[in-house]
Design a protein around this ligand. Structure first.
Ligand SMILES: Cc1cc2nc3c(=O)[nH]c(=O)nc-3n(C[C@H](O)[C@H](O)[C@H](O)COP(=O)(O)OP(=O)(O)OC[C@H]3O[C@@H](n4cnc5c(N)ncnc54)[C@H](O)[C@@H]3O)c2cc1C
Length: 394
């Protein structure tokens, strides 16, 4: 067993850490306060190749695989969950769906601009009536000559207000339901000047508890035309492409939560070593020590799980159960670690001037998006029972 990262992956970690500390971090407070994405930072991330980390070089990527992508997300998660969410939606679900389901022609057409950050991607699955029950989507795609016409809406789409390329799941055969009658498409939703293409309307920014720097909106399609050659995977089997994409996304969401938990631990250690009450640093209080020990144990367990699961992905081994665990444990550990960090910082942890307060608001969402934790428990149990020959879902 070799737990060392390759030289290339170590160099990637160094590159991302410097970028995160020097470029992302200084922009995060402004993005949180104004609820505006840091567009200049996004542009710079694209320029140094971060948007292409997991994708093959032939499509303009860095070729660093899932392990490299986890490194990227962990390092971004350490400084800002909002920025990590923008990048995660762009790479891990938006572009990943296009890569997994796209033909060579589609990959060659869309990936270079997505890997360089010239274009931003989104992943459009959720609808008002279709959250956890993703198979109840209604957005309709009707064949008309060499095109499909999309009508309907999606909601809660990360990067929805700014993306110009989208992976969209739509119903092509209502009689078969989403599992056999939904098709995935890639579509350009904005022209080269950034204007919405006819038939596409990005909604207004959602006001959220946290993740203020990460834009989320509803999106609407009205008589929106997509060429039939833009189908991802096969007609009627788009649900498979979307679910496979989410499986991969969950590993790296685990990596982003690892970064958040690690940052909360680090700041708690530093604060407890410095802050003196009753004549001694807080570090001397056993209650504080216990909180720090629990955080450290969770961070370490999560790190092993995330990087082992990335190894499974990179080595073409089954990983669905472990991916669900990365998302489930990562989100719960991160929420708990940030909660303890607030407690250790006392009033300062409740102040809007600290990373801790923002981390507390920002971390909660990981228990909800990309499949709630209740759904992850169902998926993991399903895999476990399958291993002993019991089918718990049709
Ligand atoms: C900030 C943010 C960004 C997002 N980004 C995207 C995006 O980029 N693309 C996209 O497509 N979607 C996105 N989403 C949507 C997200 O994936 C959904 O919110 C999520 O899947 C849950 O759906 P829901 O909110 O409708 O909750 P519901 O499905 O209504 O669930 C409500 C509660 O009931 C529980 N529940 C539901 N069914 C069951 C069951 N069978 N058994 C037990 N418990 C159950 C859930 O676990 C949850 O606790 C985003 C959401 C947010 C808030």
């Amino acid at each position: 067993m070799d737990f060392d990262l390759s030289r290339e992956h170590q160099a990637l970690r160094k590159l991302v850490r410097e970028f995160a500390e020097e470029v992302v971090k200084p922009a995060t407070r402004q993005a949180d306060r104004t609820s505006q994405p840091p567009t200049e930072v996004i542009k710079q991330a694209g320029e140094i190749g971060l948007f292409g980390v997991p994708f093959p070089r032939e499509y303009g990527g860095m070729g660093a695989g899932e392990t490299g992508y986890c490194i990227l997300m962990e390092e971004l998660g350490r400084v800002d969950t909002s920025f990590a969410t923008i990048i995660g939606a762009h790479i891990g679900i938006g572009t990943m769906a296009i890569y997994l389901g796209g033909t060579k022609r589609i990959r060659e057409k869309y990936l270079p601009d997505l890997c360089s950050g010239k274009k931003i991607a989104a992943f459009a699955l959720t609808e008002p009536q279709a959250g956890s029950d993703a198979a109840s989507i209604k957005l309709r795609a009707t064949k008309e000559g060499d095109s499909y016409i999309l009508d309907g809406s999606k909601m809660w789409i990360t990067n929805g207000p700014m993306a110009s390329t989208m992976a969209i799941l739509a119903v092509t055969d209502p009689a078969l339901g989403a599992r056999g009658g939904a098709t995935a498409f890639v579509a350009s939703t904005r022209d080269d000047d950034g204007n919405p293409i006819e038939g596409f309307t990005p909604g207004k920014f959602e006001h959220k508890m946290g993740l203020h720097g990460s834009p989320t909106s509803a999106i609407a399609f009205d008589n929106f035309r997509v060429p039939a050659e833009n189908i991802l995977g096969q007609t009627g089997l788009g649900f498979v492409v979307f679910m496979q994409t989410l499986d991969i996304g969950r590993v790296t969401l685990g990596a982003a939560t690892l970064g958040g938990a690690q940052a909360a631990l680090q700041q708690s250690l530093e604060w407890a070593a410095m802050r003196t009450q009753f004549g001694k640093p807080l570090a001397h209080a056993q209650t504080i020590q216990f909180m720090v020990a629990d955080m450290a144990a969770e961070v370490e367990a999560l790190r092993s799980l995330v990087y082992r699961t990335a190894w499974l992905v990179d080595n073409n081994r089954p990983f669905i159960k472990e991916a669900g665990m990365c998302k489930l444990l990562g989100s719960e550990y991160a929420s708990r670690c940030v909660d303890r960090a607030v407690q250790i910082h006392g009033a300062l942890g409740y102040s809007r001037d600290t990373f801790i307060e923002r981390g507390f608001r920002d971390s909660r969402i990981a228990e909800i998006f990309e499949g709630t934790n209740e759904i992850q428990r169902i998926l993991i149990a399903e895999q476990m029972f399958r291993e002993v020959g019991v089918k718990i879902r049709p």
